[in-house]
Design a protein around this ligand. Structure first.
Ligand code: SAH
Length: 417
């Protein structure tokens, strides 16, 4: 029978007998563990030689002898000779040192696990029966996939003083645009502080006892002021909770993520930021608009429509090699367009309004600068929308004029007609 243990190898002597490919693989793992490594082998494969070189690992270039194992906490043998491996196992048994026999046939007194990690949680897979590394690797891969799916709660049960805040970018909406890191942090979270936009459907998948605090603006509700949001995340983290501040798009693109980082740091709360897919780029993309299309636009100017027009924005709109992207701009766009026309931006500069990108309500309205205000009014364009001004917004640039892509659609060209 086997008991699985987590053992700390940091600074402890681990001896690897043999210089082939199995040794190379294990060396990488033990190097990461911080072990005090010794390799004993008459010859090294180029791979092992490289590792020995790169990590200043001790190498005794001769056949193994019993005294090589003195002082070892753990020995790994993979010499290519079953007899030598068996001899190493016997020496280890005699001196009460655990030994992994990777030489095939029988295990030694210890066995490797196929290991997978989700944050600080490690899962190892091994077997009581004979050695079958491909099998354990496959089981381990399945477990990794499960952990990455976010379906396994990774929440700490024991109270800890170590609270933590993660500002997590949730992308423009669909849960499958969340990153693996975002999913893991959500699976670890005690408290989730959520906006209105972004991957809010993921909240339904959380453990029922995860505290969800909505701070975004909902119809008929005022949003929680930013100062209060800062307090909420800091207070919970200071109480030892793992806090995820789930934000739409990317935390650092008009997300006030910078202020939240500052609030955490000045309260002495550890904070990390997980990037998300920003609507500024991904919402135009969903409508078939590449914000920098080779030969059409070589740079990108991003603005918050609420903060008015600056000379830089007017210059961008005038320049046909620049794409101007406006977030939060639905209400102010008519005034912005008027200013731009007055400043000499061409009246036929293409404009696209992309509403609710990447959701089932996605809709694109294509127009020109001169006609934009009226077109938006007639179509009833509403928030959330990304507005693209520039040649990349031209009808027909990539897709036929008739094809308004559905979210997550696969684009294809109909060559039969
Ligand atoms: N941090 C976010 C932006 C926050 S500002 C990001 O990186 O995406 C909020 C604005 O983002 C909205 O007013 C709208 O302009 C845009 N937006 C967010 N999600 C959107 C979506 N699914 N479709 C269209 N626009 C969206």
């Amino acid at each position: 029978m086997t008991t699985m243990l987590g053992i700390g190898l940091d600074g402890r002597r681990v001896v690897l007998v043999g210089g082939g490919s199995v040794t190379a693989r294990r060396l990488r793992r033990f190097v990461d563990d911080g072990a005090d490594l010794l390799v004993v082998a008459p010859e090294l494969s180029p791979e092992v030689a490289q590792l020995v070189d790169d990590h200043y690992i001790m190498w005794r270039d001769r056949p193994v002898a019993a005294d090589d194992l003195v002082g070892a906490w753990l020995v790994h043998t993979a010499t290519g000779s079953a007899d030598v491996d068996a001899q190493v196992v016997a020496w280890c048994d005699a001196q009460s040192t655990f030994c992994i026999n990777a030489g095939g046939g029988s295990h030694g007194s210890a066995r490797m696990t196929a290991q997978t990690r989700a944050g600080d949680v490690l899962v190892g897979v091994t077997s009581d029966a004979g050695v079958d590394p491909r099998r354990t690797a496959r089981v381990s891969e399945s477990i990794r996939a499960l952990l990455e799916s976010g379906q396994v709660s990774l929440r700490r049960v024991r109270e800890s003083a170590a609270g933590h805040v993660a500002l997590v970018g949730g992308g423009p909406g669909p849960v499958d645009l969340l990153t693996l890191r975002a999913r893991r942090l959500l699976a670890e979270a005690d408290v989730v502080v959520a906006d209105r936009l972004g991957a809010t459907a993921v909240l339904d998948e959380l453990d029922p006892d995860v505290e969800v605090i909505h701070v975004g603006k909902a119809p008929d509700h005022h949003p929680v002021p930013q100062e209060r949001i800062n307090e909420i995340i800091v207070e919970h983290a200071a109480a030892g909770k793992r806090v995820v501040r789930l934000k739409g798009g990317d935390p650092f693109v008009y997300g006030r993520g910078g202020e939240e980082v500052t609030a955490c740091l000045s309260a002495g709360v550890p904070v990390e930021v997980v990037p998300g897919t920003t609507s500024a780029i991904s919402v135009p993309q969903a409508a078939g608009i590449p914000v920098t299309h080779r030969g059409t636009a070589s740079s990108l100017h991003l603005i918050n429509g609420q903060s008015g027009v600056t000379p830089a924005t007017l210059a961008s709109m005038k320049d046909d090699s620049v794409t101007t992207v406006l977030l939060m701009g639905v209400k102010s766009f008519p005034a912005i367009a008027e200013r731009a026309l007055a400043a000499g931006v061409p009246a036929d500069r293409p404009v696209a309004f992309v509403e609710s990108g990447h959701t089932e309500h996605q809709r694109t309205t294509r127009t020109t600068l001169a006609a934009a205000a009226e077109a938006a009014r007639r179509a009833g364009v509403r928030n959330p929308a990304v507005i693209v001004v520039g040649e990349v917004a031209k009808v027909d640039l990539l897709l036929p004029a008739t094809q308004d892509p559905a979210p997550a659609s696969v684009w294809s060209q109909d060559l039969t007609g």
